[in-house]
Write a protein that binds this ligand. Structure first.
Ligand SMILES: [Zn+2]
Length: 560
């Protein structure tokens, strides 16, 4: 009897286990991020993550090793990739490449940095002298009291405001970068918003490029992520940059470029938003209009040189030597006032002649993002070739498109005036087509934000001219959305369920616990179309991956 009961219980257990296996989420993935396979140690670290995950039910690894720049990789890279691939096979973990980022430049930037999206500089004045025409900056675009030397009490002259003088902002004559004084910001918690900012409004010329710099010193500043140097016009942020300050550091010069776009005045802010503690000193700001620096050269970013009256358009290669920036690098801020236009013998440009010169330059967003132009045909040639190499090398069954956070577009001659929602949808459709051309039947996933009206698919988005609303109507319905966001996002998941897209939830983001993951699992259990989850850290925090895998084993989907 006892034996029979045991057998019956065992049988029941097996049936339950079968049911449980059939009912759990089919996609249980881990995001492998922060390794470029540049050294052998990468492989050992990745192997540990894969083994830990596989032991707890993880069955997919989404990897970002720069797999859309395969034509640039070394034999050592491929040797390491082979090892990772073999480990995945051994552990029964599917290797899922992520490729084709537009918002972060991705592999395309290693093919051709001139495919960056461009902001226009229009009709900048030049004067021809001694065989070259040189840019003439607008001397009126200047900051007042930028050395912080003029003050009364704790109030600095020339600035539109600095937060709470004598409470948050102070004149400091002991700690300064140059001259006799600097501004010190502290006691951020005394301000309801944690503000500790300095602002000055400046007149600029529309569609010109400016270089802004400030000297900064910190002492136990926190959180350092609350520090920003921003240029605002209306409700637009013309230069969304981040600088990675250290909590305590000696004087450091921060520099950035911005384009005035259609504005005649801008508000320049430096300081803390949401500061909690510590001290920040600012001193010796500078602002100057600059000429041709980081000049983009591709079909959609032409250089135009005209006479001052606009009647004559001069010819590149004949009236002036091609304006080529040998130091072109969208990731750095160049020095100097800009390249001269060399005037060869036979040029129609006369000595002393005034000119109007137009060009395009790229823009660095946050600390590392350089957006590509989605309308430049060469982009798709690169995608096609890399899709071919990817198929040859990895034979992927599934691929994630890295199409998140596309911060620019609609500003160069190739994409200006286009329907940005359609351009976004067409770009992703063509990426998927390239993948399927070389890997027939491959399933394509995409980060969700640029196709989600509750996330980034809307107007007034960063430096984009145009509106991404409706982008989701321009992509194939068989694409799977990798939905992301820190806390659970009910509206977002429901939006894709209603629009008929399958979803995978990419959650986690380096917390010390799985609270958000538990919330997402609960939400997914109530929403149709969720096919699985991806443990997604950005700081190599994989300690909670086993617990994440165990949570998924218990989780049950709502159904297709
Ligand atoms: Zn463009």
């Amino acid at each position: 009897m006892r034996a029979m009961k045991t057998r019956w219980l065992l049988l029941l257990g097996a049936v339950c286990a079968l049911r449980a296996a059939a009912a759990s989420y089919p996609d249980r993935w881990v995001w492998i991020f922060g390794w470029g396979l540049g050294k052998d140690a990468d492989v050992a670290e990745i192997t540990k993550v894969l083994e830990d995950g596989a032991a707890h039910g993880i069955n997919g690894a989404v990897v970002s090793f720069g797999l859309d720049a395969l034509c640039k990789k070394s034999p050592d890279f491929f040797r390491r990739l082979d090892t990772v691939q073999q480990t995945c096979t051994r552990l029964k973990v599917e290797l899922i490449p992520t490729v084709f980022s537009v918002g972060y430049g991705g592999g395309v930037m290693s093919h051709d940095r001139h495919l960056a999206e461009g902001l226009p500089v229009v009709d900048a004045p030049f004067v021809a002298r001694g065989g070259a025409a040189r840019f003439v900056p607008d001397e009126r675009a200047r900051l007042l009291n930028s050395d912080f030397e003029q003050f009364k009490g704790n109030k600095f002259k020339g600035f539109n405001f600095h937060d709470d003088p004598g409470v948050v902002s102070f004149v400091d004559t002991a700690v300064k970068h140059g001259g006799a004084a600097a501004i010190r910001l502290e006691n951020f918690a005394s301000n309801p918003h944690g503000h500790g900012r300095v602002m000055q409004e400046v007149r600029v010329k529309p569609y010109r490029c400016y270089r802004l710099s400030a000297w900064v010193k910190t002492e136990e500043l926190r959180p350092t992520g609350s520090f920003m140097m921003q240029v605002l016009a209306g409700n637009r942020n013309l230069a969304p940059r981040e600088f990675g300050l250290q909590p305590t550091a000696d004087w450091r010069k921060l520099t950035m470029l911005f384009n005035s776009l259609s504005n005649e005045t801008v508000r320049i802010y430096v300081g803390m938003w949401g500061g909690k503690g510590g001290k920040l000193w600012l001193d010796d700001w500078s602002l100057e209009e600059v000429g041709p620096l980081n000049v983009l050269r591709r079909p959609g970013t032409p250089v135009t040189v005209r006479s001052a009256d606009g009647a004559t358009t001069f010819t590149e290669g004949k009236d002036y030597a091609p304006l080529v920036d040998a130091q072109f690098n969208p990731y750095r801020v160049p020095e100097g006032t800009g390249l001269p236009l060399r005037l060869p013998p036979g040029s129609r440009i006369a000595e002393g002649q005034q000119l109007k010169v137009s060009w395009y330059h790229p823009m660095l967003i946050h600390d590392s993002q350089v957006t590509l132009c989605m309308a430049e045909p060469k982009l798709y040639e690169i995608f096609d070739e890399e899709a071919r190499l990817l198929a040859q090398r990895l034979k992927p069954r599934r691929v994630l498109l890295g199409m998140d956070e596309v911060r620019m577009g609609g500003t160069c001659a190739a994409c200006r005036g286009k329907d940005m929602a359609k351009l976004m949808g067409d770009c992703v459709t063509r990426q998927a087509e390239a993948l399927r051309r070389h890997s027939p039947g491959v399933e394509v996933l995409v980060w969700s934000d640029m196709f989600d009206p509750h996330h980034n698919a809307h107007g007034n988005y960063y430096l984009v001219e145009g509106d991404f609303s409706g982008s989701w109507k321009h992509i194939p319905k068989d694409m799977t959305m990798a939905v992301w966001g820190g806390a659970p996002r009910e509206k977002n998941l429901k939006f894709f369920a209603d629009a008929g897209f399958a979803t995978v939830v990419a959650c986690y983001y380096d917390a010390d616990n799985l609270k958000h993951v538990e919330g997402w699992i609960k939400l997914a259990g109530e929403t149709k179309g969720v096919r699985g989850f991806m443990y997604t850290p950005w700081q190599k925090k994989y300690a909670l991956l086993p617990a994440f895998g165990d949570l998924l084993k218990q989780a049950r989907p709502a159904g297709p």
